[in-house]
Design a protein around this ligand. Structure first.
Ligand code: ATP
Length: 322
């Protein structure tokens, strides 16, 4: 069946949001099933998530999730505990197999990849966890260089030998995250916030096309949370990488993301811009009562930004006063 191209295909930030979205999505999935590219309508669609389901026993942790992303964006996934956010990211990264559905990225059929193709995907689609997953007794720089694990020979990894240019790049990335001075330290000697920055540095070292982050700031203080969220945002803006982050807090989703997906009981119940994520919508996503308070899902990143702006104003006033 030939499906006519829709009149309004993508929004400015690159995702389908109109009434024809599911028709478009189904068309992409049908084309992909025939082994065709996702360039169906002459518009390249980077990511297609089509009717993806993951069941644990009889319970669907992710239930028929579908969306498309036309061009790299920073996407936040929100929802209460158990909504299916981590399971979704784990399927994207192929840490968990899906029960059904398709995920296509730039024409690659992600859920079908095996062996070395699957490992190659895992290095193209890096995952940042809340629990860092670093080697505690190893120095910070070596942990960052481990981001190259899938791209290097076993021998050079075994003997921990890296070309000077890779070491310079690792230190540059650490510098951008404000911890270059910790490069030679054992990782276990760093604070939780610093360790999360090392984990981000390792992911950036991988130079992946997609960065997945599973509640990267859940256990961090506001200052570290801001640094950790700023890094992928900058990578997205500067290098055009796609970022998908599970986030506990609404203010972080609104502040950093171009697009927010809300999950409830495994289903996608909201897909829109931060502006569309009103308190009422959030209440529905979280399945909360009328007395739902956003404070309960808030970090103080906004407060830090206001504090910094106030500091800047004071500095400017002092400079003017001579
Ligand atoms: N390995 C597993 N075996 C059985 N059930 C699982 C497994 N992993 C997740 N689940 C269940 O799937 C559902 C979704 O879990 P998931 O961890 O994806 O939610 P989440 O939104 O990421 O929650 P949180 O914010 O607490 O991390 C939950 O009911 C969970 O108990």
């Amino acid at each position: 069946m030939k499906i006519p191209p829709p009149k309004r295909h993508t929004s400015q930030i690159g995702f389908t949001r109109d009434a024809q979205a599911s028709q478009i999505l189904n068309a992409y999935i049908a084309q992909a099933a025939q082994g065709e590219d996702t360039n169906t309508f002459g518009v390249y669609v980077a990511l297609v998530v089509g009717q993806v389901t993951k069941k644990f026993g009889r319970k669907a942790a992710v239930d028929n999730a579908s969306f498309t992303v036309a061009k790299p964006a920073m996407i936040g996934i929100i929802g209460r505990s158990g909504a299916g956010k981590s399971t979704f990211l784990r399927m994207m990264n192929r840490l968990t197999d899906a029960s059904s559905g398709r995920i296509l990225f730039k024409g690659r059929d992600i859920l079908q990849l095996d062996g070395s193709a699957r490992r190659a995907w895992q290095s193209d689609c890096t995952m940042i966890f809340q629990q860092f997953n670093l080697v505690p007794r190893m120095d910070v720089c070596s942990n960052v260089l481990h981001g190259l694990l899938n791209k290097r020979s076993t021998l050079s990894t075994l003997f921990n030998t890296y070309p000077t240019e890779d070491i310079h790049r690792a230190v540059d990335i650490l510098d951008r995250l404000g911890i270059a001075d910790q490069a030679a330290k054992r990782t276990e000697a760093l604070s939780g916030g610093q360790q999360q920055r090392v984990a981000i540095a390792r992911a950036l070292m991988q130079d992946a096309e997609i960065i997945l982050a599973d509640e990267p700031i859940a256990s961090l203080d506001p200052m570290n949370a801001q640094i950790v969220m700023d890094a992928p945002r900058r990578i997205h803006e500067k290098d055009g990488r796609m970022v998908i982050a599970n986030l506990h807090t609404l203010d972080t989703a609104r502040r950093y993301c171009d697009r927010v997906i809300g999950m409830r009981d495994g289903r996608i119940v909201f897909d829109g811009t931060p502006e569309q994520l009103t308190t009422g919508v959030a209440r529905d996503i979280y399945g909360a009562k009328a007395d739902f308070s956003e404070e309960a899902t808030s970090t103080e990143i906004g407060a830090i930004a206001r504090y910094k702006a106030a500091e800047q104003l004071i500095r400017e006033a002092e400079a003017e006063a001579g």
